[in-house]
Design a protein around this ligand. Structure first.
Ligand code: NDP
Length: 255
């Protein structure tokens, strides 16, 4: 029996990168996992198939976030399918992971790019959580994926950093609001992780990879599993006394 056997989790952006690793890890720990995706149905299917091949339980949930009706679409899909895959209709673990990282200094950031970043990284997790609260069982867990960019000033992702700062304030405040229900709420702040978000400037560029690795006290670029393991800890009973916190999972970047 795994640490999360009998629990149900939803991971937004579970089709790729960090979210994929989180979905796989929570499933390996015994949770039934709803793998949310936006545009990449094939990638989400692959995650679910991989989980099932290892004896786990998972299903996909589709919703483009940051657009009108996104939250309702996501929860309708979750509600419709959860009965077939889990015992009960509720949720125990919500991981708000899906996010976008448009690059741009302050004078390069257009209103459109700013608004998309806010809609996906800030608005969607807020209302997804709001509408999820009636599904989330007492004693549950909310983990919000933030960023080391709230601690380290990276001028070329200024709008993104703002949205992640808001996520940390959300975790802090919601932790207080949900404490009476025994629900913990925390942020995890990754550093540079080798995912598609960074592919354009990192992959295949030895100099960029070297300087990204040098940012970390541990001397390498992060892997999605490095973050997934921290999320799994926060989702577990072992983290029952941790709430309202930002866990830095940057591999000691810029210490
Ligand atoms: P990826 O680009 O690898 O994956 C992003 C995931 O989010 C995909 O599953 C994608 O789904 C989903 N997604 C993105 N936009 C939308 C949308 N509008 N609607 C629905 N789904 C969407 O990103 P990472 O794994 O690198 O990042 C995951 C989280 O970690 C993000 O919140 C990011 O800000 C944060 N983070 C990442 C860091 C890094 O270095 N990689 C560092 C610090 C924080 P699909 O492909 O199906 O559309």
């Amino acid at each position: 029996m795994g640490a999360l056997t009998g629990r149900t989790a939803l991971v937004t952006g579970g089709s790729r990168g960090i979210g994929r690793a989180i979905a796989e890890r929570l499933a390996a720990d015994g949770a039934t996992v709803a793998v949310h995706y936006g545009r990449n149905a094939a990638a989400a299917d692959e995650v679910v198939e991989g989980i099932r091949a290892k004896g786990g339980t998972a299903f996909t949930v589709h919703a483009e976030l940051g657009v009108e009706g996104d939250v309702a679409t996501l929860w309708e899909s979750f509600d419709r399918q959860v009965r077939q895959h889990a015992t009960g209709t509720g949720l125990d673990i919500l991981v708000n992971n899906a996010g976008v990282t448009p690059r741009g200094e302050i004078d390069e950031t257009t209103a459109e790019a700013f608004e998309e970043t806010v809609a996906v990284n800030m608005r969607a997790p807020f209302f997804l959580t709001q509408q999820g609260l009636k599904r989330l069982r007492d004693g549950g867990r909310i983990v919000n994926v933030s960023s080391g960019a709230t601690r380290i000033a990276l001028t070329d992702i200024i709008a993104y950093a703002m949205t992640k700062g808001a996520i940390d304030a959300f975790s802090l405040t919601l932790a207080k609001a949900l404490g009476p229900r025994g629900i913990t709420v925390n942020s995890v702040a990754p550093g540079i992780i080798d995912t598609d978000i960074n592919a354009s400037w990192l992959r295949g560029n030895e100099a960029a990879e070297r300087s990204a690795a040098e940012l970390s006290a541990l001397g390498r670029v992060g892997r999605p599993e490095d973050v997934a393991d921290v999320v799994a800890f926060l989702a577990s009973d072992d983290a029952r006394w941790v709430t309202g916190q930002v866990l830095d999972a940057t591999g000691g970047s810029q210490l």
